[in-house]
Design a protein around this ligand. Structure first.
Ligand code: NAP
Length: 318
């Protein structure tokens, strides 16, 4: 590891950081080493990373001193926070500040910050189409990450704008399900808008492309996606690959979706509404060419569904 540039990877046991660790470890001649950061070095995913050649270290996003130790001697940091663990925009910003402060203290040469856009910039403060959440956010896990961009100023940072994970179809319970009539259906407040999606594993691969490109992306914002599809288009691909369906798409109103009652329904209702109402702006922030330049193997939705067919079928109950 001594002659390699160390990337300290936050979220290494998760989707984004895990994808980056696997990319670094799969490219032995690439000149980079993976320092996988986790709160619990004894968990199975941490052990798997160690077995694959990563240096696994303990740190907590809530403890800036632990981050300073985890970043010491590192060339780069992959910075990602996990909104869904605490559902708080303010906490996400505090954790991002801890990351930025520790990266400054460690003098790292490159930070890739996994961010999203500020949905508040697309509408006036008194726009009533969607409620404010947590007092000041439209979509807290987007807006807080965008606000946190400023915390990385003064650091050599690349701002990586990600997209909706298609993995949510089987890991987050967002895929089609059988109704009482035995027919497959799903509901989103997406109308006929196209939503930018991506295989979560491809985010880490793109991040690796950014580190490998040296200084090319420092100070830049890069938006990535695998493909932009309407919900009906996604349903047709699911049916083509799994053989199950047809899948009924219920294009509900965002207000109805926000009242579905599951944890985070209001947050996701606002998010899908933003993907629908500001589809033009959100698609303009992401580029397939830029994605493919960083990760030539970036998957289409059909490739993703084919690869994950068994898990998707299980989640769909077919
Ligand atoms: P994930 O798979 O849910 O895993 C969470 C990771 O965060 C784990 O590796 C966990 O590490 C780490 N973590 C959480 N709290 C931590 C703390 N206090 N200290 C240190 N590590 C901590 O995560 P992910 O999906 O890669 O990333 C989550 C982020 O992606 C969210 O903020 C979300 O907004 C964003 N995002 C999601 C989507 C989507 O469609 N789901 C799309 C775009 C962006 P340990 O448990 O091992 O410590």
């Amino acid at each position: 590891m001594a002659d390699k540039k160390i990337i300290a990877v936050l979220g290494s046991t998760g989707a984004q950081g895990g994808g980056l660790c696997r990319s670094i470890l799969a490219d032995a001649a690439g000149g980079f080493a993976c320092r996988a950061v986790t709160r619990d070095t004894t968990k199975d995913k941490a052990k798997a990373l160690a077995a694959a050649g990563a240096q696994v270290v303990q740190a907590d996003l809530d403890d800036v001193e632990s981050l300073k130790k985890a970043f010491a001697g590192a060339h780069g940091v992959y910075a990602v926070t996990n909104f869904w663990e605490h559902f708080s925009g303010e906490k996400e910003k505090t954790q991002a500040k801890n990351i930025a402060d520790a990266a400054k203290a460690a003098g790292v040469k490159h930070v890739v910050w996994s961010t999203l856009e500020d949905i508040r910039k697309f509408m006036k403060p008194d726009d009533k189409r969607m409620p404010m959440l947590q007092e000041k956010y439209r979509v807290p896990h987007f807006d807080a990450k965008a606000e946190a961009n400023a915390l990385f100023s003064g650091l050599p940072t690349t701002y990586l704008v990600t997209s909706f994970y298609w993995d949510n179809l089987y890991t987050f319970g967002l895929g089609p399900k059988k109704g009482d009539d035995g027919k497959l259906a799903w509901a989103f407040p997406m109308g006929t808008a196209k939503m930018a999606g991506i295989a979560a594993e491809d985010i880490g691969k793109a991040a690796y492309g950014i580190f490998k490109a040296g200084s090319e992306y420092i100070g830049k914002t890069v938006g990535i996606l695998g493909e932009a599809l309407t919900i009906d288009e996604m349903g047709k691909v699911l049916t083509k690959v799994t053989g199950a369906g047809p899948i009924q798409y219920n294009a509900v109103e965002a207000d109805a979706y926000r009242k579905f009652g599951f944890p985070g329904a209001d947050e996701l209702g606002n998010m899908f509404q933003a993907y629908r109402d500001f589809a033009k702006e959100m698609l303009a922030n992401r580029s397939l060419d830029a994605t493919r330049k960083l990760n030539p193997a970036a998957q289409s939705f059909e490739q993703f569904v084919t690869k994950n067919k068994a898990a998707i079928k299980t989640a769909m109950g077919v």
